[in-house]
Design a protein around this ligand. Structure first.
Ligand code: SAH
Length: 416
């Protein structure tokens, strides 16, 4: 029997060169192949038109390019788009496109209740002979909010962490996604966007390309550390998508050893870290997030403090607000004390309902009061608007249902 073909989608740039070498090819051939697989995101060796026929035939014998199938596409009233994707071995995962992106990447200023925080502008003009550096205080005036499109990607099928409020937890753990399956979520999205008509709700509401990536879909990215880091390398490679590391955020429920590892590599990785804190004391956090029994808040924050932050960088703390559970003013006071010595911002996420957990979302007034208390204590705090909740695409609602959702006339469904 012939050995299985190598999946080129899974290979980093270096690995692609090494693979090319096994076929007796020069490194620049490896670059060429990498460009096709990750820059142009083609799905077959046949499409690599600058490789001659013989070479393509040889390559095709040894290698293939796996892609995710689009199993279901749902579009929310607000332009948010959820894709249910299928792996080669039939597993389902979900990814969400969020126009104007307030999913916790560079800024969350799209929410009217948030403090104004400018979208990250280009740091220089390239019009003249010499680049002109724009002083920080002028940047917002010169670069008003540009449309954003944040993609929320999955790192695992299901999740092992069992947080009580999260729908994905109810699926249990399926398996880790490979680096190829992680990056292919972005390729599926970009290819889909390329073909959207101008009047499409996602296109109308956001940018025409993915501008930010957040690892806040299904799974715990730091549980799948190696593949996530490989995926980061591929996505940010200049011959791949050349995605900006500063516009990528990993979100963790608090795996302390992995955060420590991340801290050691953060200077090279250059991506943002978000930590789902979700409670202001161990009693409540133990209850909501079983991982807290292993790594309680003090240890978690100690690990977070080790993450080196350059001048403009902050850690994000996410805090799901559950009515009557963790949303009291005393919680805000305690939360402020916990995080005040860490350069950070706080993202409040009013709980997004799903039938698998018994919680309630707090009233807007309660959310506002919680936010004000934190703000009064000097914290940068944003309320994450819930996006795509009419298609179960908001935080903590991803559960890759096997059956299509019930029909809703307001939500056009497109099944492929
Ligand atoms: N496992 C990672 C990545 C998942 S991100 C992590 O825990 O950070 C998902 C974010 O949504 C987390 O901050 C989580 O606390 C939050 N979340 C989960 N379920 C939610 C729900 N039903 N409503 C609102 N936020 C939720």
């Amino acid at each position: 029997m012939s050995s299985p073909r190598t999946n080129l989608r899974d290979l980093t740039h270096e690995e692609t060169r090494a693979f090319a070498a096994t076929l007796g090819l020069e490194p620049w051939r490896g670059d060429q192949i990498f460009r096709w697989v990750h820059g142009r995101a083609v799905d077959s060796v046949e499409e690599m038109t600058d490789l001659n026929k013989k070479l393509r035939a040889e390559l095709g014998e040894q290698a293939e390019i796996a892609r995710l199938g689009i199993d279901l596409e749902q579009i929310s009233r607000d332009g948010t788009r959820k894709l249910r994707l299928k792996t080669a071995d039939g597993r389902m995962l979900e990814t969400v496109l969020i126009p104007d992106g307030d999913a916790g990447a560079e800024d969350d200023a799209t929410d009217e209740t948030a403090e104004a925080e400018p979208a990250e502008p280009d740091s220089e003009f390239r019009g003249g002979r010499k680049p002109v550096v724009v002083p920080e205080h002028l940047q917002h005036a010169l670069f008003p909010q540009r449309p954003k499109l944040t993609q929320c990607v999955s790192s695992q099928v299901g999740c092992a962490l069992d947080c009580t409020f999260c729908a994905t937890a109810k699926l249990g753990f399926g398996r880790n996604l490979t680096a190829g399956e992680i990056v292919d979520q972005v390729y599926r999205a970009e290819i889909l966007l390329r073909d959207l008509p101008a009047d499409d709700p996602t296109r109308r509401a956001g940018a025409s390309h993915i501008t930010n990536i957040v690892f806040m879909g299904m799974g715990e990215p730091l549980h799948n550390y190696a593949n996530v880091v490989r995926a980061l390398g591929i996505l940010t490679d200049p011959m791949g998508q050349d995605f900006s590391r500063r516009r990528i955020t990993l979100s963790t429920a608090g795996l302390v050893p992995a955060i420590e590892k991340f801290a050691g590599e953060a200077t090279a990785l250059q991506v943002n870290l978000a930590v789902s804190l979700n409670a202001s004391n161990d009693r409540v956090r133990d209850e909501l997030m079983p991982i807290n029994k292993k790594y309680p808040i003090a240890r978690l924050l100690e690990a977070v403090r080790k993450v080196p932050l350059d001048r403009r960088r902050r850690v994000t703390f996410e805090y799901v607000l559950l009515d009557g559970v963790n949303d009291a003013i005393e919680d805000a006071v305690a939360l402020a004390k916990l995080v005040r010595s860490i350069p950070c911002k706080v993202n409040l996420i009013p709980w997004n309902p799903h039938p698998l957990s018994p919680y309630r979302r707090p009233t807007d007034a309660r959310v506002k009061a919680f936010q004000e208390e934190l703000r009064a204590r000097g914290l940068a705090v944003y309320v994450r608007r819930s996006r795509g909740d009419d298609i179960d695409a908001a935080c903590g609602q991803l559960a890759a249902k096997a059956a299509p959702p019930t029909e809703n006339p307001l939500v056009p469904l497109r099944t492929r």
